[in-house]
Design a binder for this molecule. Structure first.
Ligand code: SF4
Length: 379
């Protein structure tokens, strides 16, 4: 079965106040050792992979801050990947970027490497909010990154914006959206801030120094944002993902639809040939395992029941919803049998869920309450 590839680049120059992804502070010597381990991981995977099953349909380099990477090392990884797998010509190839590290040379090198979908973590255009998030870029950095991307004629690229930030008003969000829409990125990820335990932001809240945005305002911000994006020609295809037609992120869709994906790098999660596993979330342990010639892997013992719940959660986040037939083929169970029947019927009657044409999907109103509805259904 064809599959997608994810690479977790585990370094950042600083740590954002809301972030709980695995990352280390950037160090060039450490990066070199990480890549040596990555080459070994790629070779080991390639050598043990079934020979009839080597087609890669999309690549996504995330992190961390992949735009800090040494490009000669990234190029060597791609060579190693191509030595063992078939990388389809013109496949979607995304890489995440922090605006302050984007240069013309960087983007030109991406093109040479076949990277055709850079994404930019803009998050906000308000200096006060960027400071709160401990982001290091300026408004000019974001504008310049997109300007250079357009100048180099990338047909596909994305930008991320966060809403429901402490101290953010509806007006501030509207201005952020206006500024972003003016830059015309073909894809926008419009995320609600989640306060992750253990982050500096969560600690500030626990000490009472910051207040979370209340639910009504969060709801109004999401609804207003969706309307604004729709007016500007962006189609929502998942709760947080909006695209001009034809620019949906194929890599993410394949993940949400439960197709196979193989992840490289520390903390990368994979699902291949019916098996789920995760690499250790420590770059040092990752390097040590691979120096010994061992996979740096922790098995995920979750069974069919957990995977069905995950498929329901991910499927309901997508505008097209859950395909009943595909669900039954994949798990051997009807999707309705996995739901809380009473809640399911109430949610249909109240117009939040639409069971139609072989699919179960959220209605327009249901979309604004996606997380709550999912919680009720799988309780
Ligand atoms: S740049 Fe990204 S990965 Fe790094 S700390 Fe900030 S949010 Fe987290």
């Amino acid at each position: 079965m064809p599959f997608s590839v994810y690479l977790h680049f585990p370094y950042c120059r600083n740590k954002c106040s809301y972030c709980d992804f695995y990352k280390e502070l950037y160090d060039p010597e450490h990066e070199r050792r990480f890549y040596e381990a990555l080459f070994t991981e790629t070779r080991l995977r390639g050598e043990s992979w079934p020979s009839e099953d080597r087609i890669i349909t999309s690549i996504f380099v995330g992190g961390g801050t992949p735009s800090l990477t040494r490009l000669d090392l990234l190029a060597r990884w791609l060579e190693e990947l191509k030595r063992h797998f078939t990388v389809l010509e013109g496949l979607e190839f995304s890489i995440e970027n922090n605006p302050e590290s984007v240069t013309l040379e960087l983007l030109e090198s991406y093109k040479e490497l076949g990277i055709n979908r850079p994404t930019f973590g803009i998050q906000s255009f308000k200096p006060k909010l960027l400071k709160l998030l401990n982001r290091k870029h300026s408004i000019r950095d974001s504008q310049r990154a997109v300007y250079l991307t357009n100048a180099l004629r990338f047909e596909n690229f994305g930008a991320d914006l966060i809403f429901a930030l402490p101290r953010q008003t509806s007006r501030m969000l509207t201005e952020d959206l206006d500024q972003l829409i003016e830059l015309e990125p073909p894809h926008i990820s419009f995320y609600q801030l989640t306060i992750e335990p253990g982050t500096p932001l969560a600690e500030k809240m626990a000490r009472g120094k910051l207040k979370p945005v209340d639910e009504d305002l969060t709801y109004a911000m999401y609804r207003g944002g969706c309307e604004k994006l729709a007016e500007a020609g962006y189609v929502r295809y998942e709760v947080s993902s909006f695209a001009k037609p034809g620019h949906e992120c194929r890599h993410n869709i394949s993940y949400w639809e439960g197709q196979d994906y193989l992840a490289f790098g520390p903390s990368g999660h994979s699902f291949v040939h019916g098996r789920r596993f995760a690499n250790v979330a420590s770059v040092n342990d990752y390097i040590i395992s691979l120096q010994r010639g061992e996979y740096p892997v922790e098995e995920d013992e979750s069974g069919v029941a957990e995977r069905m719940v995950e498929a329901i959660m991910l499927g309901l986040r997508m505008t097209r919803g859950i395909d009943r037939r595909q669900f039954a083929e994949r798990f051997g169970h009807n999707v309705e049998d996995q739901l809380d029947r009473r809640q399911y019927e109430i949610l249909i009657e109240s117009g939040y869920i639409i069971p139609d044409r072989g699919r179960i999907r959220l209605s327009e109103t249901g979309f604004f309450l996606a997380d709550e509805i999912t919680r009720r259904l799988i309780r």
